[in-house]
Design a protein. Structure first.
Length: 397
């Protein structure tokens, strides 16, 4: 049994070098080397690694982590499967595992039934919450070494449940739509602890056609743009993370998102905003918000690799009722910097040697606090300043 299994895997590996199959754009990679495992089935495997060095300005605030050193962005093992279920239907399987932390952590793991190539599809399992553009964008196809912090913490990431999606071409106009019901507990929580649910949806339109979710325009595309809106609601919040406190557990939470993305002749642009309203169980209320714009340009220079300068500005506030405690000379204060309003400036340059399969990204980041603790003279005491990230990505997909 073991010998036959090894022989089968070896055959798949050899065939993988000669064939590529395109997969759902919501997955972590657009395509993987694949092999036929039957007359109407394919099986594919792949991987990518994002690793590099980060330097962060040291701070003295209690609980404020600012390590410098070598680190992983992602280290993923990828699997895809397809099989025909009839003339118009196809079954798909997506398996993504994060392995940079010394163990297998589930990312996307779901099965799909698609009608006519994605005109209508149903996903079942653990997958991305279909609200924000930055969440649905594959982590392997970013044009920055780091996701904008405010977007990362205010979009709902992955969750377990059902997702319905559709992609249409209406006479050259692209239309995409998603709707989902999920547990609301976040990724890798094995059961719905509070018996409440997270409801989300998204719609987007491209009057001139579809713009890929991939951030840079490496294809030197004709001018196209897509406008999207999304929303998510739960009547009993039960997640954790930088944007949440222990007091938020059980809160009613509504978030809306809006975005635009465009590609033209190597130039790419994105603008995105998320706004949330929270009502805690004690009836206190506050709001969250983030806004980010970014742009990049693949230089039209004849070189063995593509060069892309990139810039981004992001501003966020995870709680408009917290973030300032007045005057203090003590670093042992109760101010929570992560809840304060911040503006972040990113500038960088990317080198694409084989598109996203081999690239190097360098990023400089400046964080300015727009509210927060001050010393006795009234001067602002910003706990975070400059940071530099240099990352590489190696991919087999």
């Amino acid at each position: 049994m073991r010998i036959s299994t090894l022989l089968g895997l070896a055959a798949i590996g050899q065939a993988s070098l000669a064939h590529a199959q395109t997969f759902d754009s919501n997955a972590a990679a657009p395509s993987l080397p694949s092999a036929s495992v039957g007359a109407d089935s394919t099986l594919a495997v792949g991987a990518y690694v994002q690793t590099g060095f980060a330097y962060r300005t040291l701070t003295s605030y209690v609980g404020q982590q600012d390590p410098s050193g070598f680190e992983f962005g992602n280290a993923r093992l990828l699997g895809r499967g397809t099989q025909k279920l009839g003339e118009d239907f196809e079954g798909k399987l997506v398996l993504d595992f994060e392995v940079s932390r010394g163990a297998f952590f589930v990312q996307d793991v779901y099965g799909s039934v698609e009608f006519k190539g994605g005109t209508l599809a149903l996903d079942v399992g653990q997958m991305k919450v279909p609200m924000a553009l930055s969440c649905l964008t594959p982590e392997s196809q970013l044009q920055f070494a780091q996701v904008a912090p405010g977007l990362r913490d205010l979009f709902y990431n992955r969750d377990r449940g059902l997702r319905l999606r559709s992609k249409l071409d209406l006479g050259g106009t692209y239309v995409g739509a998603w709707a989902a019901v999920q547990n609301g507990e976040g990724e890798n929580i094995q059961f719905n602890a509070n018996k409440h649910y997270l409801f989300s949806g998204r719609a987007e339109v491209g009057p001139l056609g579809e713009v890929p979710l991939s951030e840079p325009d490496l294809a030197n595309s004709p001018f196209r743009f897509v406008v999207g809106v999304g929303a998510a609601y739960t009547d009993a919040q039960s997640r954790s993370g930088a944007a949440y406190t222990a007091f938020d557990n059980g809160s009613e939470d509504l978030r809306i998102a809006g975005d635009v993305r465009a590609h033209v002749l190597g130039f790419s642009f994105r603008g995105e905003t998320i706004h949330g309203w929270v009502k805690r169980s004690d009836n206190s209320k506050f709001e969250r918000s983030v806004f980010a714009v970014q742009a990049g340009y693949v230089l039209p220079v004849a070189m063995p690799f593509a060069i892309e300068p990139v810039v981004r500005v992001e501003q966020h506030d995870f709680n408009d009722g917290e973030g300032t405690t007045g005057l203090t000379d003590s670093v042992q204060n109760t101010w929570r910097p992560e809840l304060a309003s911040q503006r972040i400036y990113d500038a960088g340059v990317n080198a694409y040697f084989r598109a996203h399969r081999l690239k190097v990204q360098a990023l400089w980041r400046r964080t300015d606090f727009l509210e927060g603790a001050k010393d006795s003279s009234g001067a602002s005491r910003n706990p975070i300043g400059d940071a530099v990230f240099v990352y590489s990505q190696f991919g087999w997909f």
